[in-house]
Each structure stands twice: as C-alpha cells, then as structure tokens.
Write a protein that binds this ligand. Structure first.
Ligand code: GAL
Length: 829
C-alpha cells in the first residue's frame, strides 16, 4: 500500500514481544506490516486447518508472495479443457492441454501463520489488506471466518478488530480454492500478492480513505482537491482536524492546509494550491505527495500519505486523446499478470525490469488484461511513466469458461469495481478504467444494460476518468448500442473496420484496445516466408519473420497503417508485451506448448525480432537498426533466405558477403503494408559469411550499420546482468542473460546446450527461463537448455548484504561468472 507511513516486515508471533521492543520509541499513530515470512502452507483441503490449535509443524514453510503451482510439474492433464472457443471462431470443441499453462494450480490450498499485532489493545483497530489471493479466499482469525473474496485478482480488506485477542496469541488462516475450467490463461495459485496488516487508532482514516483530484491546472498553479474520510467509533468524535502538507519530488513542503471536521461530517475536504506545477507525463513522471495528519485536539490519531501527480487529459470527439494539452496516440501493450518463471508471484524487481524493457521499446501505456493489476505495477507506472488502463473483467453474466467469473457476477461485480477504483484512483498513471474484455454480453440480451450499470458505477466512484471496454463482436456491439454507450470505444483486432465504426458511433474517436496478436518464437525462422494465419509446424514453433497471426488477428503493419492513416484513432495496445503462461495459440491443441507466442518479448523477457519493429516506430529518442534472420544456415546454401530490416531510418542497403543486394526505401503509400514499415530483401540467397546493412537518413546520408555473421561452433557462455547492484531485502532480483557464443563472440543461434547455474555469496538461485513455449523443464531448478542460444537466469538476494556470484557451466563450453553486489536496504522511515 502506497499510503503507509511505517512499514515493517512482521515475523512470527513468538517474536512478537521482541518485535515490539525493536519498534521506534516515539508513538506511531499508524503502522503497516508486510506479512512476508513465517507462513505455513499445505496443498489440499485440511479439516480443522483454521483452528488456532491445529498442528501445522509438518506443513511447508513459505514466504509470500507465493505461487504454489509454478513449481510444477507440467502436465497436459492439469486443467485439461475440452472446449469450443467461440471468440476464436472455433466450430467444435477440442481438447486444449496447455490452455492454462499445464501447471497444478487447481484445488485447495491453506496458509497459516501466527499473527502478532503490535500495539493492539483497547481503542485500536486492525485491518488485513490482501493485494490479491488466488482464489476464492476465506480468511479466518482464531478459527472464525472474517470474510470471503472470490475474485482472485482484486484487492480486498477486512477489519479483524473484533476477532483478535488483545493479549494474543492470534492465528491467521486463509483457505483458497481454484476450480477447473475457470480461466483462459494461467491464473497462478495462492497468496501470490502481498498481505498487509494495518494497526491504527479507532479514530482513523480508512483503507483507500483519500480521493485526490487536480481539477484546475495552469502554468502558474494547480488546485489539489483532497477528500479524506474519517472513521470513528459511533460515527462521532470531538475536535477532529486534518493537517495536510504537499511535498514536491524533492520532499520540500510547497502547500499546507489545516481543516477542522465540520459538525456531523465523515469526510474532510481540502483545497490546496501547488504553484508552478510540474506536470506528470510518461516522459516526465513527476510525483508529489500529500501527507495528512489527523488530530483530535492535540493528540495525533492517524497519518496518511497520498502520492499523486498533476496532469490533465482529454478524449475528444474529432480530436482524440491529449495529455497536458498535447495530442498523442497510445503506444501501448496488453500484459497478463504472470512474470514468466516466477509465475503469478508478484515481484517489484521483475515488474521494474519489464517496464525498463518497455521504455526502451518506446511504449508509453499498458492495459492490465484482463484484471486488476498488482498495486506495485501501478505504483511503478506512476514512477517510471506509463499510462495505464486498469481492467476489471474477462466475463460478466455470460460465461466464456465453465467456472469463470460469471458465477460471481451478480453478487460481486459492484464490490469488485468499487475496490478497483478506490484502490487506484489517486494514481496519475491511470487514465482509463476498463469494465471488460470481449464479454459475450456484447451480443447477449441485457448486455447493453449491464454495460451501462457498470459504467455508471465507475463514474459514481471516479467521475474524472472515462470508461472503456475491449470489443470484439463488432456487428453486435456497434449495432445494439453497446459501443455507443462507452465513453471511449475500444476495438480488438478491427483496424479494417475503424472507418465504419467511426461513421456509426457518436464518440468521434476510438482506440485499438487489443491489436496484432502476431505469433512468433524468438530466433526461429520458417521457410518459405509467407504471410498467413493459423500456421503450424511440427516443432510447435512460429516464425520470427513476423508474418504469422490468428484467424481473428493481424500482423503489426495492418494496425500501424490504420493508426497512421485515420486521424480519429487514438493508438493501440498490442497483444502482448510479454509472452505469458497459457494460451499457446496456434498450438492450443498440441502439447507440450503451454505458454504464449504473442509476446513482443518472450517468456524470459528477451526481445524477439518484433521488438525492433515496434521500437523503430515508437522509440523516437534513439535510432533502431535491426536485421533478421540470423545468418547460420548450414544446408541452406543457395536457397532463398529473405532478409528483413526493422529500422527507424527510411532507407538502407543490404550486403551479403560484401555484395550489394540493393537499396530499399520504406514505402509511403500502397497496399503492401509490410513495405511501409519494414525493409525487405525477399530474394536473397544464403551463403555463409555475413549480412550487413548500411542505413541512410532522410537526407540520404549513410549513418549507421548493422552486421550479422555466420557463427562457428559453440565455444563459451557469455553472461550479462540487467543490474549488478541489488538490495539485500530478500526480494530483489538480477536477470542474467546467458548466451552461447562461438570463439569470436557470435551468438550460436540454434544452440540448445544445457546450462547449469550455481550462486554463491549473499544471494540464491531463483529461477530460469528460455522462452521456449514447449519446454517442460522446471523454472526453479538451476539448469535449463538454451533456446536458440539464449536463456535468462534469475538471482535473488537474501537479507544479508555482500558480494554475489553466478556461475554458468555447460558441457563443452567455457564457463562464465558474473559478479553482483547486494547492498543493505535503506531503513524504513
Ligand atoms: C483476444 C483476447 C485475449 C487473447 C487474444 C489472443 O481475443 O481478448 O485475451 O485471447 O485474443 O489473440
């Protein structure tokens, strides 16, 4: 929770008294504890597991975030689904083996831990906040059920005050259950996000108790309107006052207000002025914070911090989207929540690495498909500069999967939307709320009324942001009023129908809420190079020439052209930024495929060729010049082997072994859309040696070159860490890319050597991934085959500082080591 004032990691009950003694002497009005360690976990339903005297000594000790299923093993029988996927235009039901990742997430799991509640007693309150629990959480304190929350992606909180024994001991137990056929992708399993314990006075600011907006912004000043709820026993308390200070990014106080609570009110309203505001944008993610102190007379009752940014945006008919008055189009990606080899277990370093890669891509927006994101992601988007569509649901009343959200919709949809909006409505990064993705209610009777009901709920909770939804059923949604109702119409895979949508809809603008769904496997190239849909090969891989897609989707170029040619389009959200577990289209029916092929980056986060196609268009700060395929094709001598160049430059000349293959220039018009966005030499004959491009700028000046050489035999391993300085907090990660290279340092592009990893010093081996959607090796074991010459190993810190070393070995290869440094975590304020 970003609002917390003090954060501690709370270890078990036995340490409770000790822990109290370690707390700062000054009285704290509010304390927040992250319940990370000392959890006991058991898979299966265990009678009596909620009871305080239950013996859990034999259970596994885990720390959370924890995904119980990511440790495998993979099996085609895990959540085997025999289904007809209607939204994929399937005519009959077939067996889908890896649809949800082939991992053992189905069933029940229990978590237990002793719960020390420091400072708890008369006049205090304690609240548990679950950032997400997969799924159908039942939470117990001392054997009594405190509450339930079915939807695994949402954040929820329970007041546990009446359930606690002030003198202790107290026991927290959580029962989770995942049903089969409940998802279209890998959901993860367990307490996969953080759990927080908040201890406050009984006169306090509740969870998500502030709502901060910036209704007026000019160059000289911005108005900050801060509404702060207060809860008090019996709804009454005398002499309450809220003192708020606004700080700039450097921590300097730039505005102040002190406001008494009007008689009978339950909410403060403060209007403050920030002089000469620095505006938040993806390029300038400037943050401020509002720190509030709640007093009863002279007694400090609570403290609450609301980080925020100052920015304005508009979605306007005929003009499209603008941020801070500047028109722009979304350069967005859709992402599922899993973090590849970490599964669903949230990790800030892993999220930050994803966003770092997306920054280099030139992306400026993320759609959190098809559910509420981890709070850490939204916070990072504020800090690093990404605009976010926070999405809620993949289905409403009408089901896509047998046991999906539709069973909860009537009872829970409003509660889920309210929590979503309340949690995230102070974030400057969030610019749109999405009420759903490709819901079958688009065409079902009553669907339009549901859309209105959901949109109204969101408007009620946050009138400052518009509502969208991802629509795939074009004729139904445009014909029945569904699309016309939404504040912002979002279309999935419909660039060819944008003109029609624009003509028929009243909004005067639209966006590509989901685009492309091009499939490719990193470093794999198929011949002949032919554009086509639903292509399948015996090795369960897709071609990295980026010409293969699904029967409902396109190559990137179709969407690019629509975005470039149609002024009312507001940008796109590509499916997907990263490969994810589950949905292995086009191999849904062909085990062992169990992760996606859609990503611009693979499951290990390694860029595919497509990364450079998007980068050449989106990253306007740095040039892109990328050649494909690799140039090591023994046996293809003399055969046609097309060469593509993805570049931000308008023109380039290709040389094969020094011989010019001619100069190519990007087309500016024409029906061959690929020719507008890629330079392609389609008739090149393979000969070992090298391919080289020389790029020319708009003035015709040769400005950059790129060369790929034919590789020799695998010779050594090369390791490169994304970061070498880590934090000794037991969570931080380094992502180390391993390449199998020949003696000259060329990537061996089809090397599949098994690599072994050993970590020494103040770190531990965490996981490994190679991006091969068919690989059944387990992520947490310290060895894996390279895929197309590469993989990524994850090294995690412990809570001890010191040097860390990762060593990689492989049969017949010269080994490599990389040195990392884990440094003490900064003390909590
Ligand atoms: C869309 C859907 C996504 C994913 C994608 C694959 O229709 O919204 O969740 O299934 O297709 O192309």
């Amino acid at each position: 929770m970003t609002q917390s004032i003090v954060r501690y990691t709370l270890r078990g009950l036995a340490a409770g008294a000790l822990l109290l003694a370690q707390l700062p002497a000054a009285a704290q009005a509010r304390r927040e504890y992250l319940l990370t360690n000392d959890w006991k976990f058991a898979k299966g339903d265990v009678p009596g597991a909620a009871q305080p005297d239950f013996q859990d000594a034999k259970w596994q000790t885990v720390s959370i975030p924890h995904d119980w299923a990511i440790y495998g093993p993979f099996s085609s029988t895990n959540d085997l689904q025999k289904v007809k996927i209607e939204q994929n235009n399937e005519a009959q039901a077939t067996t889908k083996a890896g649809r949800t990742g082939g991992l053992p997430f189905i069933g029940t799991g229990w978590y237990r831990r002793p719960l020390a509640v420091p400072g708890f007693g008369p006049g205090k309150r304690a609240v548990l906040v679950f950032d997400g629990a997969m799924s159908d959480a039942h939470v117990f304190i001392n054997g009594k059920e405190v509450g339930r929350w079915p939807y695994g992606y949402n954040t929820f909180h329970f007041d546990i005050t009446p359930f606690l024994q002030a003198s202790g001991p107290n026991t927290l137990a959580v029962r989770l259950e995942n049903q089969p056929e409940a998802s279209r992708w890998y959901p993860g399993a367990g307490l996969y996000r953080n759990v927080h314990l908040l201890v406050t006075d009984d006169v306090h600011i509740p969870v998500w108790g502030t709502y901060l907006t910036t209704p007026e912004i000019s160059a000289s000043a911005a108005t900050v309107k801060l509404k702060t709820k207060v809860e008090m026993p019996g709804g009454k308390a005398a002499g309450l006052r809220l003192e708020t200070e606004i700080r700039d990014a450097a921590g300097k106080v730039i505005a102040k207000a002190s406001t008494p609570l009007p008689a009978g009110a339950q909410e403060f309203e403060q209007n403050l002025t920030v002089p000469k505001p620095r505006l938040w944008s993806p390029e300038t993610p400037v943050l401020y914070s509002a720190s509030s102190k709640l007093f009863a007379g002279d007694v400090l009752k609570d403290e609450y911090t609301t980080p925020f940014g100052i920015r304005s945006f508009k979605f306007e008919s005929g003009k499209g989207f603008s941020l801070n008055g500047q028109p722009r189009k979304f350069r967005g990606v859709c992402n599922h929540h899993d973090l590849g080899p970490l599964g669903a277990a949230v990790n800030t370093a892993a999220l930050r690495r994803q966003l770092t890669l997306l920054k280099d891509l030139g992306a400026d927006a993320i759609r959190t498909t098809h559910n509420m994101p981890a709070p850490e992601l939204v916070q990072l988007c504020d800090e690093m500069g990404f605009m976010v569509i926070v999405e809620s649901f993949d289905e409403w009343k009408k089901a896509k999967v047998k046991n999906g959200y539709s069973q909860y919709f009537d009872q829970w949809a409003e509660k889920d939307l309210v929590n979503m909006v309340h949690r995230d409505r102070n974030h400057p990064s969030v610019v749109l709320w999405s009420i759903g993705n490709e819901v079958p209610d688009q065409w079902a009777p009553g669907g339009v009324a549901i859309a209105k009901q959901l949109q109204d709920i969101v408007h009620r909770e946050d009138p400052t942001r518009p509502v969208t939804a991802g629509m795939d059923q074009f004729d139904a949604a445009v014909g029945n009023g569904f699309a016309a109702l939404l504040d912002v119409p979002g279309f999935n895979y419909k660039p060819h129908r944008y003109p029609e949508a624009h003509a028929k809809l009243p909004q005067g603008m639209l966006m590509g809420s989901e685009t492309a769904s091009t499939v490719s496997s990193r470093g794999v190239y198929k011949f002949p190079v032919e554009k086509g849909k639903d292509k399948k090969y015996p090795d369960n891989q897709s071609s990295s020439y980026d010409v293969e897609y699904c029967n409902w989707s396109q190559t990137p170029d179709e969407e690019f052209a629509a975005q470039d040619d149609l002024s009312y389009t507001m940008g796109e959200f590509v499916w997907t930024g990263f490969d994810y577990l589950g949905e292995p289209t086009p191999y849904d029916e062909k085990w062992p495929s169990h992760s996606s092929y859609f990503g611009i980056m693979d499951l290990a986060g390694i860029p595919k060729d497509r990364f450079y196609l998007y980068r050449s268009r989106w990253n306007t700060a740095a040039p892109t010049l990328h050649l494909l395929p690799h140039w090591t094709w023994p046996g293809r001598e003399g055969q046609t082997t097309p060469v593509f160049c993805y570049t931000s430059y308008p023109e380039a000349e290709l040389f094969v072994n020094g011989k010019s293959q001619g100069r190519q220039r990007k087309a500016t018009t024409g029906t061959n859309l690929q020719a507008r966005y890629r330079l392609m030499w389609n008739e090149v004959k393979y000969a070992p040696g090298s391919i080289k491009v020389v790029a020319y700028d708009a003035q015709g000046k040769a400005v950059a070159t790129e060369e790929i050489k034919t590789a020799g035999k695998p010779h050594h391993i090369k390791l490169t860490a994304d970061r070498t300085k880590l934090t000794a907090d037991g969570q931080d990660l380094a992502f180390v890319t391993a390449r199998v290279e020949d003696a000259q340092g060329n990537l061996c592009p089809d090397a599949g050597n098994e690599l072994e990893f050993a970590v020494s010093g103040a770190g531990r081996f965490r996981a490994v991934a190679n991006g091969d959607a068919t690989n059944l090796q387990l992520f947490h074991e310290p060895h894996m085959k390279a895929f197309q010459g590469m993989l990524v190993a994850l090294v995690q810190t412990t809570d001890k500082a010191g040097p860390v070393q990762l060593k990689a070995t492989g049969k017949g290869l010269k080994e490599a080591t990389v040195q990392l440094k884990s440094e003490s975590a900064a003390k909590p304020r």
